[in-house]
Design a protein around this ligand. Structure first.
Ligand code: G3I
Length: 466
């Protein structure tokens, strides 16, 4: 049950529940009434409330934060599943060909195992966070390297992973329903996804094998393309068990009205569905309502087996300035937390502050800077990322230009919206959802470029802030 707000709009601090937890912990430590402490916690945390509905409630975790006591305590108290945020990606696990490094991911896996949490593996084949040695391989070599990577990583964690995101983000945004250009797509063709799933099934037959993507949360051209792929896989016996819906939302990309219907149509193909990277920018009751709607949609779909939020605290979110998570920077539960717990059928006797948020101001003194990085490179294409950083004052919007060398064509742009000059070489980019930045905070947009014979790098112009 939610506590009434006081005059300042904030709920009283969560003393009763926290006190109960402290008491329960003390009892546990004394190894006396274990059964009582378990039942006291039964519907008082996200993980236990979700368990009451036969679901897990997970979070992305970064190994580098596990040593922070408030981070680990919140993780251990609230969540029943984890996804390593970056530590299982190709650049982390096989930075050099055939040299595997599992240290950071192992840390998360052993922490999760010691707490009885499920583990989602993220991710085996993705165009991003791909070491440059992979992008440079010939088709034959790339096929061998992809299958070897899947096999080695999955066998290392064999028996420990609930579900693997075998292939991540293979489709383009927009209305084309086409595959995204990537070393895998460009060199191995459409069959690379099927091959990856077949290799994965052999490597760890007990792990659920998922396809995971973003902007597929409602019925649209992109989700239709994924739907058709899953349908085709099921009809031909290609091993696929689940589809992940990342669910990164904000005001420009809100929770779609057909979210539940979309989850359901995939489930009806005979796969599990999971909400894999949930975060919703905003604050207060609007954010809480959106979170609640997402949870209710999952619970209404029998084959929606669990939900994962993309981080614990706003302070470490990949888009921190949008305050998209359930706990604020001081680990206080936000209204969104209460809403999620309530939607899961749990009960909270408190809930922290109101998360009032507020705008970032902008106006006088608003400045920004931009920098360019090439994040992946292959024979006829590359991925670029431009980081936009606010100066010493908050900003509410930004604009910058990227000028491309002759012949190059941008095939995909994400986290920004573009307009072009008459010559088709100067791209002016504005934010989509990511215009508000706190002082010193940054965001980034990215793009995939077809080189068309010209390997030079683009030039970024100046950044204009409002
Ligand atoms: O760890 C290094 C640090 O040593 C270095 O000083 C610093 C300088 O930039 O970079 C740090 O690595 C960053 C890493 O996050 C850890 O913070 C990388 O630059 C940065 O690119 C990386 O961003 C991750 C992003 O994926 C990369 O694409 C985010 O943390 C992670 O949340 C995000 O997650 C993705 C999912 O995997 C797929 N779906 C979208 C989602 C959000 O973008």
């Amino acid at each position: 049950m939610l506590m009434p707000r006081n005059r300042a709009g904030a709920r009283p601090r969560a003393l009763p529940r926290r006190a109960a937890q402290a008491f329960a912990s003390a009892l546990l430590a004394a190894a006396t009434v274990t059964a009582l402490s378990h039942s006291a916690a039964a519907a008082d945390t996200l993980g236990s409330a979700a368990a009451g509905k036969g679901r897990y409630f997970g979070t992305a975790v970064a190994a580098s934060h596990l040593g922070e006591s408030a981070y680990a305590a919140t993780l251990d108290r609230e969540f029943s599943a984890v996804t390593p945020e970056n530590e299982m990606k190709w650049d982390a696990t096989e930075p050099t060909r055939n040299t595997f490094s599992f240290g950071a991911a192992d840390q998360i896996v052993s922490h999760a195992q010691s707490k009885g949490m499920k583990i989602r593996g993220h991710t085996l084949v993705w165009h991003s966070q791909l070491p440059s040695w992979v992008s440079g391989l010939s088709a034959t070599d790339l096929r061998t390297a992809m299958n070897n990577h899947i096999t080695q990583v999955m066998q290392h964690y064999k028996g420990k992973i609930y579900a693997w995101d075998v292939v991540n983000e293979a489709y383009q945004d927009g209305s084309s329903g086409a595959r995204r250009s990537s070393p895998f797509q460009d060199k191995l063709g459409n069959g690379f996804i099927e091959e990856a799933f077949r290799t994965a099934r052999t490597a760890d037959p007990d792990a659920k094998l998922c396809y995971n993507d973003y902007n597929t949360d409602g019925v649209n051209a992109k989700s239709n393309a994924v739907y058709n792929m899953v349908k085709d896989f099921k009809s031909r016996g290609v091993p696929i068990d689940c589809v992940g819906f990342q669910s990164h939302f904000n005001s420009a990309s809100p929770v779609p009205s057909d979210y539940q219907a979309n989850l359901q149509r995939f489930a009806d193909l005979g796969v599990d569905v999971q909400i894999t990277e949930l975060d919703i920018e905003g604050s207060g009751s609007a954010q809480a309502t959106s979170y609640s709607n997402v949870v209710k949609a999952c619970l209404a779909v029998t084959r929606c087996t669990g939900m994962t939020v993309w981080g614990i605290t706003d302070k470490y979110s990949w888009r921190s300035s949008g305050t998209p998570l359930l706990f604020d920077s001081n680990y206080a539960p936000k209204p969104a937390y209460d809403a999620v717990l309530a939607a899961l059928g749990g009960s909270s006797s408190g809930g922290g502050d109101d998360g009032g948020g507020g705008d970032n101001g902008g106006g006088t003194g608003a400045t920004c800077t931009v920098s360019f990085t090439k994040t992946a490179d292959w024979n006829d294409g590359y991925n670029g990322q431009v980081t936009v950083k606010a100066g010493s004052a908050p900003i509410t919007g930004w604009t910058t230009t990227v000028t491309f060398p002759a012949g190059q064509k941008v095939s995909t742009l994400w986290n920004g919206s573009a307009s072009w000059d008459g010559s088709g070489t100067v791209m002016t980019v504005r934010p989509t959802y990511n215009g508000n930045l706190a002082a010193g905070a940054s965001t980034s947009f990215g793009f995939t470029v077809q080189k068309n014979g010209n390997s030079a790098v683009p030039t970024v112009g100046t950044c204009t802030a409002s």
